[in-house]
Design a protein around this ligand. Structure first.
Ligand SMILES: *Cc1c(COP(=O)(O)O)cnc(C)c1O
Length: 418
């Protein structure tokens, strides 16, 4: 049986897969089992921040794996303490505390639990607990029952009802709609600075300001999902700072690039005092309130520590900004009839396609057709919805590899538009 046959036979058919079987990689390059070479501008969907087989990351992984992989949060874990310090002191630079999970959906579930606890701790004027979290249309927060209920996409929730109650989905970047939606049971607002899976839609800095203002005014938690856009992907260690330098969120979630390919996620809660109280927000999830068997284990934390340290020490945010400019300049210079626009920030980029210009079969999506055509020529990119492809190279991608990828993109677009 081929791999494809075995997947069909033994793995639930929840994924649509491209007909590619990766074998190994080095940096931005990846080879399939047949020896064909690709440039990897998919990076496992913004995960392999340092590319493949990064020597420093491998060193940390091998070293820690040979000492201690797992020991449980019943004990003190120095790698977890180090990682929490690194993220808080050098990345967020706002006093607060971390909780470690294994994925983005779990990190968001943790933030949802934080909001629920907060809503019990600080009830409304009728002494009712508050629980409603406002999120946005086209958002993506993950696939667990909690994160999926937060997600503003019907196709993700289709026939899984009843969902977890307590979410309302609003138009993104619409201050008036948000203001109107805040009610007596509302307790938090959750958003992505750039909606990744939803098609690369950026928040405006005015919208972020308004969210912060409304949260302050109505005693709501301001929760940011940086699972896709965090740790350098937007050219800033913290993605939202690309749009709004001075914003102070109450809670932030991450995963994807945080482990560079090793599974880890987490969320952070601010140490700020709750209004009119001596207690800090980070005390709301107290002893026994949340946990994870694997979360924050020595191996995952040692690797994540190395990945984030490398991003900081090699100034990879600068490379992200430079390569992003290179991509913008080059694609804009084509003035290509199939390209409507480039959206996004840093190396979280979406190319909006002119659907009308690409001949499609019944039911075929422009994004998937282009992804397949690019893979054929040796460039891996993921789609984002029906009309957008994403460019998500490693944060340390070279100018040469960007040029090579763009040449493939141009050639492919030219052929498709014929
Ligand atoms: C991918 C993603 C998630 C879910 O992360 P998983 O690790 O797949 O659970 C949540 N939020 C955003 C913004 C994402 O891009």
């Amino acid at each position: 049986m081929t791999t494809s046959d075995k997947l069909t036979q033994y793995v639930l058919p929840t994924y649509g897969r491209f007909p590619i079987e990766p074998s190994h990689g080095k940096g931005t390059e990846l080879w399939d089992v047949g020896g064909k070479r690709y440039l990897d501008f998919c990076t496992g969907i913004a995960v392999c921040a340092l590319g493949h087989a990064n020597p420093r990351m491998l060193g940390a992984l091998q070293d820690q794996a040979s000492k201690l992989m797992h020991c449980s949060n019943l004990y003190h874990i120095p790698q977890q303490a180090e990682l929490a310090e690194l993220i808080t002191e050098q990345c967020i630079k706002i006093p607060g505390k971390m909780f470690f999970s294994n994925s983005g959906a779990e990190a968001n579930d943790g933030m949802i639990k934080l909001a629920r606890r907060y809503g019990h701790h600080r009830p409304n004027a009728h002494n009712e607990n508050r629980f409603e979290i406002l999120t946005f249309n086209q958002s993506f927060h993950g696939r667990t029952i909690g994160a999926m209920s937060a997600t503003g996409q019907e196709k993700i929730q289709d026939r899984f009802q009843p969902l977890l109650p307590g979410f309302r989905h609003l138009p993104y970047n619409d201050v008036q709609a948000l203001e109107k939606a805040i009610g007596e049971r509302t307790v938090a607002i959750l958003l992505e600075p750039i909606q990744g899976e939803g098609g690369i839609n950026a928040a405006s800095s005015e919208f972020l300001s308004a969210v912060a203002h409304l949260c302050d005014k109505h005693d709501l938690l301001f929760m940011i999902d940086e699972v896709q856009c965090g740790f350098g992907r937007m050219g800033h260690l913290m993605g939202w700072r690309a749009f709004h330098e001075s914003l102070k969120p109450d809670a932030i979630s991450w995963a994807k690039g945080m482990g560079g390919g090793f599974p880890i996620g987490g969320f952070w809660v601010s140490d700020r005092k709750m209004k009119g109280e001596e207690e800090s927000l980070s005390s709301v999830l107290g002893p026994g309130s949340h946990g994870s068997t694997y979360g924050g284990n020595p191996l995952a934390c040692a690797v994540s520590n190395t990945v984030i340290s490398e991003i900081i020490e090699q100034n990879l945010c600068d490379n992200v900004v430079d390569r992003s400019q290179q991509i913008h300049k080059e694609i804009e210079s084509w003035n290509h009839p199939l390209v409507d626009e480039i959206r996004g920030e840093g190396l979280l980029l979406g190319i909006g396609l002119n659907r009308g210009g690409i001949p499609l079969k019944e039911g075929e999506m422009a994004s998937i057709k282009l992804c397949n055509a690019l893979a054929e020529k040796g460039l891996l990119v993921p789609p984002a919805g029906a009309d957008t492809i994403r460019l998500l190279p490693p944060l340390n991608v070279s100018a040469e590899h960007v040029s090579e990828a763009l040449a493939i993109l141009k050639e492919t677009l030219d052929e498709l538009s014929k």
